[in-house]
Design a protein around this ligand. Structure first.
Ligand code: ADP
Ligand code: TPW
Ligand code: MG
Length: 586
């Protein structure tokens, strides 16, 4: 590394201290970072080593932190982001400068978009050289680049500010609406020294990092009034509700009010999907026919068609919206009763306000939902039991549905297009925060990072259900899974391509179509290459045997599940979002 640049006051003091036999012991930037993290109960680091943070990772491990090295920063970042979701503590991703930082930045932006607390800590080059653009090793103005993509971004220049810098990063990540925070640590900072006692005193333990935010009493009264007037009420639970860990309060609210609920993808299992008040299998009906909708930790974004349009039908709706972020209110439609606060406090306030004799919604509403659910479930049942070869999505997912029912503690990670959409509706979840997926962006590549963090943070086994394209984005992390010997079973839904494996190049040229992969690829061999167990499954019976064996063994495993290459549809269930050419579609 370059040694150019002026020395700081701290360096000078430290040098004098070293020369003085009477002086106390010294600490340095490396150890202040570690001590600050430990003081705040942050014990796991998802990283990729290199200049200038290789030794930081080594010292972290020496000091008892768990340091997990990935093959690419994006996956370390997705791991950190989902660790934040699962634990309500910021997940930490540690990267090198410029390219490593940029690789991590995608996942930091993802964390922010999904409201997951995460801190991306990147080493950076010499400020003096970067700011004059003199071409330092991996030169980049990382702080400026990170700023628009995260909730907050900080840089620490002096060792004595490390404690404050980390405290600010933690508080920014978890308080209010959680999100991603960038923390820039220049190489020179890590080597700075200072008196150890003064260093210890400079550290900050963050007290009450995410304080309760109680809703205003009149907002609660207004919400109760709107709910009381409802003839066809509906609750929508989003991943903010899962994040809040107010599981008992939410369940009590649903059951006391008797209001049917629809879980968003990552809120599945907050109440078990087979709960009598689940309206999951009657989704279209409840969106169209409801007259009052209470959103709890879910945004009216594209995933809910912005709260209007065809899927919401013609019946005017009144919205009650519980969220910690005041700006979320009226983001897409008028909110009749905004309730701003943390979900635990808001839901408890509603429960208190409902009293003992709240009463159930009109029976014609709940009966209509139950009837629709039963019809849909009955219609689906035989499809889920089919034993077709090659497998279709229903046959393969019918098997995995049973496996999750039998193993409700396992965490399901899921990405792909058809593989995602079918799995989300077919696989029932029974416990909170057991379903992790592509989130708000529908991003491909979260799979292995999420799988790794899910088991590391919770100790539970993981079943990762992956489209073959989706898996490819993070496939090299199977080495990471094997290296740490993690109880992860990856099932690759191998239909030979993106959406389908059947596209052809219309010109007849040598290149295959843009959506098509190598035929009969053997993803199972990738896991075997690193000492894990590979399985090939061509029928639902094979799949059942393989996944059960893998989950029983707890060994890193990959099941290559051969799916009919004709079975999928373009973009799964969101093909309508593709723009259409007026010229032709060949
Ligand atoms: P989904 O994709 O499941 O619909 P979203 O990510 O759109 O969910 O919405 C999550 C919402 O939850 C965000 O608006 C966020 O501000 C909110 N949120 C997150 N944590 C809390 C909390 N503890 N209390 C209240 N709201 C929260
Ligand atoms: C970072 C676009 C959405 S879904 C998908 C892509 C490439 C893959 C679908 O194929 P898969 O599933 O996984 O094989 P299946 O069952 O339908 O065949 N880059 C990023 N994110 C997204 N969403 C894309 C591209 C996309
Ligand atoms: Mg595919």
């Amino acid at each position: 590394m370059s040694s150019k640049g002026s020395s700081t006051a701290i360096d000078t003091i430290a040098q004098e201290a070293n020369d003085d036999p009477e002086a106390g012991t010294l600490t340095d930037g490396f150890h202040l970072v570690i001590d600050a993290l430990k003081l705040n109960d942050i014990n796991t680091i998802y990283n990729v080593p290199g200049i200038p943070i290789t030794d930081l990772g080594r010292y972290m491990q020496a000091e008892g932190l768990r340091v997990l090295s990935f093959r690419h920063e994006q996956h370390a970042g997705y791991a950190a982001a989902i660790a934040g979701f699962l634990t309500k503590k910021p997940g930490i991703c540690l990267t090198v400068s410029a390219p490593g930082f940029l690789n991590g930045l995608t996942s930091l932006a993802h964390a922010t978009t999904n409201c997951f607390p995460m801190i991306l800590i990147s080493g950076s080059s010499e400020r003096e050289i970067v700011d004059l653009q003199q071409g330092d090793y991996e030169e980049m103005d990382q702080l400026a680049i990170a700023k628009p993509l995260c909730k907050a971004a900080y840089r620490v220049l002096h060792a004595e500010d490390i404690g404050i810098g980390i405290a600010r990063a933690i508080r920014a990540a978890v308080s209010g609406r959680p999100g991603g925070v960038y923390l820039d640590l220049p190489a020179k900072l890590l080597g700075q020294t200072m008196d150890a006692d003064a260093g210890a005193k400079s550290l900050v333990k963050v007290i009450d990092a995410a304080p309760s935010q109680l809703p205003a009493p009149d907002s609660v009264a207004r919400a109760l009034k709107v709910l009381k007037g409802a003839k066809r009420p509906l609750i929508i639970l989003g991943k903010g509700a899962a994040y809040a860990q107010a599981d008992n309060e939410i369940r009590a609210l649903v059951e006391k009010s008797g209001i049917p609920y629809l879980p968003m993808s990552m809120a599945k299992g907050l109440l078990p999907d087979d709960h009598p008040l689940s309206a999951g299998p009657a989704r279209s009906l409840v969106l169209k026919e409801s007259d009052t909708v209470m959103m709890i930790g879910a945004r009216l974004n594209w995933l809910l068609s912005h709260g209007k349009g065809k899927s919401w039908g013609d019946i005017p709706k009144k919205f009650v919206h519980i969220d910690i972020e005041p700006k979320e209110m009226d983001s897409n439609v008028e909110i009749a009763a905004p309730v701003v606060g943390d979900i635990g406090s808001c839901v408890q306030a509603l429960l208190d306000g409902m009293g003992e004799n709240w009463g159930a919604p009109p029976a014609d509403w709940t009966d209509a939902i139950t009837a629709k659910k039963e019809t849909n479930i009955e219609r689906m049942a035989p499809k889920l039991q089919n034993n077709n070869v090659p497998m279709d999505y229903q046959g393969a997912l019918g098997v995995l549905r049973t496996i999750i029912k039998e193993r409700p503690d396992a965490i399901l990670v899921n990405e792909g297009a058809n593989t995602l959409d079918f799995a989300r509706s077919i696989i029932d979840m029974y416990k909170p925060r057991k379903r992790l997926d592509v989130g708000t962006w529908g991003v491909m590549g979260i799979g292995m990072g999420q799988a790794i963090a899910a088991t590391v943070e919770t100790g539970h086994p993981v079943l990762a259900v992956e489209g073959d394209s989706a898996f490819g984005f993070s496939g090299m992390e199977v080495e990471t899974i094997c290296r740490y010997n993690l109880p992860i079973c990856v099932v690759v839904f191998n239909n030979g391509g993106i959406y389908r494996g059947t596209d052809v190049n219309p010109t007849g040229g040598a290149d295959v179509a843009p959506t098509v992969f190598v035929k009969e690829a053997r993803y199972d061999k990738m896991m075997e290459a690193f000492g894990g167990v590979g399985f090939l499954a061509t029928s639902p019976d094979d799949l059942r045997r393989a996944v059960n064996e893998a989950m029983d063994s707890g060994k890193p495993s990959l099941v290559n599940a051969v799916i009919d290459e004709k079975a999928g549809t373009e973009s799964g269930r969101i093909g309508n979002l593709n723009p259409q050419s007026v010229v032709s579609k060949k």
